[in-house]
Design a protein around this ligand. Sequence first.
Ligand SMILES: *[C@@H]1O[C@H](CO)[C@@H](O)[C@H](O)[C@H]1NC(C)=O
Ligand SMILES: *[C@@H]1O[C@H](CO)[C@@H](O)[C@H](O)[C@H]1NC(C)=O
Ligand SMILES: *[C@@H]1O[C@H](CO)[C@@H](O)[C@H](O)[C@H]1NC(C)=O
Ligand SMILES: *[C@@H]1O[C@H](CO)[C@@H](O)[C@H](O)[C@H]1NC(C)=O
Length: 587
Amino acid sequence: MFFYIVAITLIFVSTAVSEQLPQLKLPWGIWEGTPYSQDPNIYIFKNVRFGAKPERFSAPEFPDWTNDTIQENTDELSCFQITTKSLKNLPGGRIPLGDENTPVTETEDCLFLDLYVPVTAFAPGAPKLPVTIWIYGGAFAFGSKTQFGPLYTGQSPITAANYQTIFVAGNYRVGAFGWLAGSYMERVAQPNAGLYDQALLFEWVQEYIGLVGGDNMQVSAWGESAGASSILHHLIRNDGTHDPLFQTFFAQSPGFEWAWDNSPGGKLDQTFSSFSKLADCGEGYNISCLREAEVEKVQAANQELFTVIRQTGLFPVGPAVDGNWVKSIPAVAFSQNKTWQGIQSAIISHCANEAFLFLPQGVDSQEKVDEFVSEFLRGPDLAPQRDAIRQQYDCEKDFAANFTNCIREVVQDLCFTCNTRNLFDSYPEISYMMEYAFPLPALAVHASDLIPLFANNKAEAVTLLELSGVEPWQAQLYGEMLTSYITPTYQNYLASFALAGDPNALPFNPSLIWPVADGSEDKLSNVLRVQAPLGQQPFVLASDDENSKSKCEFWTNLAQSIDGGADGTSSNQKIFLNQVQGHLIDL
Ligand SMILES: *[C@@H]1O[C@H](CO)[C@@H](O)[C@H](O)[C@H]1NC(C)=O
Ligand SMILES: *[C@@H]1O[C@H](CO)[C@@H](O)[C@H](O)[C@H]1NC(C)=O
Ligand SMILES: *[C@@H]1O[C@H](CO)[C@@H](O)[C@H](O)[C@H]1NC(C)=O
Ligand SMILES: *[C@@H]1O[C@H](CO)[C@@H](O)[C@H](O)[C@H]1NC(C)=O
C-alpha cells in the first residue's frame, strides 16, 4: 500500500514536470502555451501580441516596450467588425460562413495572433518546423483569427501534417479601420492599413517563430476570399519588388473589387468623406477629428458606411491603389509581370459557383444589369468600358435573357476567377490549380471549400454545411460524403504542400498525383477538380471553364484602359477605345 502511494506520487511529480508549460519569450512579454483542448499533442499560445495598439488609421508597429512577466490569458480578441445581419447588400455574400454570436472582445488594440505548435517541437534536438500563416476572409469588413468552431484553428492542418508544421492565425484591421484610402489618406495617414497589419504579422514570424521551433525560411501564406486577395496584394507590393516574407502560398477564391480612383476628390476620397460625415467630423477632411473621436462613434460610422455608400455589395472597402504599395489595379501589374519572383510554389483554387451568394436579388432586365455595372464603373468617362462589358457579356444572346446568370458570370470573372488566372500566369511553372465543385458545381458556393480544410470530423462538417446554407438533411448526407471521401485526401494534399511545397510529397498514397496545371491552351488543364463521388471519382484532373485566358484578357485590357499603372492611363485608354470602336464597327 505504502509502495503504491510512493509510486503514484512519483508518477504525479514526473508528469507535472514534463507538462511544464512552454514559454514564448518576446521582448514585450511572455506567453505560455497550453495544451489545445481538442488535441493535447498541440500547444496553443492564445492572443499573443504582435503589434502595439495601432494609432487609428496609421501603420502598425511592434511594441516598443519590454516586459518580462507572463501575460494573462484573455478573452478572444478581435478588431472591430461590422455586423452583416442588418445590411441589404451584404459584403462577402448573403451567407458569410461564420456566426456573429461567437463571443469576441472587439477592440482597436487588436494585433494579436494565435499560435499552434506541436508538442514535439519542444523536444530537445527537434528539427525546425515549416510554418503556415492563415489570413482570414470576410470581405475586408469582418472576420478574425478564430471564426466559428474549427474555422481558422490549426488542428486539422497540423494533424494532417503529422505534427510537423506550426500554424499561425493573426488579426488585421477590417472595415474603415483598416481600409480607408484615397489621396487625403495618402497625405495624412496610412491607406491599406490592413495590408500593413498582415505584413507586420509576416515580419513577426521572421523574427520570432524560431523561439517555438519554427523555420522562418519555410513559410507558407494561406488565405481565403479577402484573405487570399490580400496574399495577392503582397505579391504585387511595390510592383513586386518587396519581399512578402513567404515562399509558398495557398490562395482560395481570391476576391476583391477594383478600387483605383485615388485622384483628389475621386471615389476613394468620397468614401472617406461619407465616413467622416457619419462620424460627425463633417464632409470635409479632418483626420484629427476622426482620430480623437470616441471609438464607439467611429465603429457606429463604420457600420453605417456599409448601409449608405452606393455599392454593389461585394467589397465596399478593401485594398486600393495608393501610389505606393498598390501602384495599379492588380490585373495591370500582373500583365506586366510586376510580381515577386521569389515564390517557390503555389496552390490556387476557386469554387465552381463563386458569385452566387453575391448576386443582387431580382435582376430581371438589361437595365438592372447595367445599373449593377455602373455602381462599379461610374461616371461618363467610363461609358465605353460599360459598353464593352455589355458586348462581352451579351445577356440576351449568351444567357438566353437570364439576367441573373449573366451578372453572375460578370461578377465571377471580374471579382474571383480571373484573379486565379492572373496568379497562375505569374507563376505558370509552379502553380497547382484546383476547382472545388463539391457536392455539385451549383452548390459549391464561395467559402464552402473552407469546410474540408478545417473540419476535423463529421459533426463539424455538418454544422458548417448548415451555416453555409445547405438544408439540414442534405448537410447530414454531404457531411458524411465529405468526411469519408474528400477531407482526408484534401487535407493531405494541403499538409504535404505545407511541409514540402508540393501537394504530392507526403507519403499518403494519393490515388491521384496532382500536377502543376497546364496553361498552353485557352483553358487551364490538369486542374484538380474536387466533386461528390456520385458515379465519379472525388478527385479528377480536368480543364477549367471558369478562368480561361480569353475571358480574363478582356478584364486585363479593361483594367489597363482605366488604370494604366506605370505606363500611364491615357495612352492605354486610347488603345482600348480604339479596340472597342473597332468592335462596334464589326457589329
Ligand atoms: C508587464 O505585464 C504585466 C501583465 O500584463 C502587467 O501587469 C505589467 O504592468 C507590465 N509591466 C510593465 C512594466 O509594463
Ligand atoms: C479638426 O478637428 C479637430 C478636433 O475635433 C478640431 O479641433 C479642429 O478645429 C478641426 N479642424 C478644422 C479645420 O475644422
Ligand atoms: C511574364 O512572364 C511569363 C512567364 O515567365 C512570360 O511567359 C511572359 O512573356 C512575361 N510577360 C511579359 C509581359 O514580360
Ligand atoms: C436563371 O437560371 C437559373 C439556373 O441557371 C434558374 O434557377 C433561374 O430560375 C433562371 N431565371 C430565370 C428568370 O429564368
